[in-house]
Ligand binder design. Structure first.
Ligand code: ZN
Length: 91
């Protein structure tokens, strides 16, 4: 189940989307204008994944639990495992 809310992007102010993913208990905010992305756990409020191009990378990097590197190559076999299922299991 999913609910989509239209918000203003905290990064560039354009119209962005906030997806409430009830099944995985995640809230995902994404902006098509500037590629802003923020995924938080709706249960604990913890930041799972965050990406804001240009504006405040230092603030993003200082968030706890955010792995600040591009998608790494899978080191042992489970390449079919999606980014999101990994994030949900940590949540
Ligand atoms: Zn934006």
């Amino acid at each position: 189940m999913e609910m989509v809310q239209t918000i203003h992007c905290p990064n560039c102010g354009s119209e962005a989307e906030r997806h409430h993913l009830f099944t995985s208990q995640l809230t995902r905010t994404q902006c098509p204008s500037c590629d802003y992305l923020m995924v938080t756990c709706s249960r604990t409020g913890r930041v799972i994944e965050a990406y804001a191009p240009g504006v405040y990378p230092a603030a993003i990097a200082s968030l706890p639990g955010v792995v600040h590197k591009p998608h790494p190559l899978p080191s042992h076999g489970s390449s079919a495992r999606s980014q999101q299922s990994v994030a949900a299991s940590r949540c």
